[in-house]
Design a protein around this ligand. Sequence first.
Ligand code: NAI
Length: 349
Amino acid sequence: MKVSKTELHQLIKNKINKAGLSEEHASIVSDVLTFADARGIHSHGAMRVEYYSERIAKGGITNNPKFSFDQTGPSCGVFEGDNGSGFVAAKLAMDHAIEMAKENGVAVVGARNISHSGALAYYVEMAAAQDMVALSVCQSDPMVVPFGGSEPYFGTNPIAFAAPSNDDRMITFDMATTVQAWGKILHARSKKEAIPDSWAVDEEGNPTTDSTKVNALLPISGPKGYGLMMMVDILSGILLGVPFGKHVSSMYHDLSKGRELGQLHIVINPEFFIGLETFKKNISAMLDEIKAIAPSPGFKEVNYPGERGRMREKNYEAEGIEIVDDIYNYLVSDDIHYDRYDHKNKFAE
Ligand code: NAI
């Protein structure tokens, strides 16, 4: 079914607030989840509200976290999340990074002991909207084999990047470092469909096309994706002193405990390099040149990262955001959660 962005925002905010977060924090959670659905990133939108609500209600996301920010140097700092909502902590950490980069040209801010923070595009776009370039990386639960390995070690560890242009376009590149998200395996399972052998491996570490035999996901482009997910874990995990690699907590196990995740934002102010106007002019020139490239057979046009999400958002603004009926019914119900996730299986649903 289709709902307006305003209605979706209100429904998510109400549910998260009812689960136990303050109205202010619930509103920020809803900002990021509604953003994801509006861009077509449904895997990180309203679909997750029941999970977050269950975790909040069971104490695994602190209701009234004691947030603090320690500016450890002129251009760097650490935001302590007290296992409060990852959405709120990541946003506040990015606010600090933007302010420092305005002043000093660059900022590196880590958020530690946080919960899941959703689609990273949201945070890097905060910086690009203020004429900054930003990169954000975070850890997620171990479900990916290192290249050549048969046991999961890293998470789907995403990388996001955004840059402003001198027109209304913005580059937003935001991806998991795995070939496919876990949700796609579950989708294939539910439809009893085979999967390409490039997505995942079985218990022995062999590539599998049987979605029911999947034991772990594969990194993008073999050793290259493996190197990238390692880099992400070093920057957002080891650097910030939180659990790393296979010690990162599982999203769906023990919802009463904080996840102790890490996320790192790097913000660069172009004014301190080539100068803001030249930077933005050249980003626009780059996009013009890319858009002028003739599409190859099978393609209508060449897109730049983030373009298709924004086109989707425009359509949704006119027609409403597509939400699965069951999710909508849950959002309008009085229930906070149905005990669907805790300890259910390795990676749950
Ligand atoms: P994806 O595969 O849908 O897109 C990856 C990138 O490719 C995007 O920047 C997109 O704009 C770009 N793209 C897609 N089609 C394109 C085309 N035709 N031309 C040019 N560019 C194109 O993203 P993925 O890997 O499925 O990740 C989805 C979301 O999941 C992200 O928002 C990510 O941050 C989030 N995520 C969050 C995690 C967490 O723990 N917080 C863990 C893993 C992923």
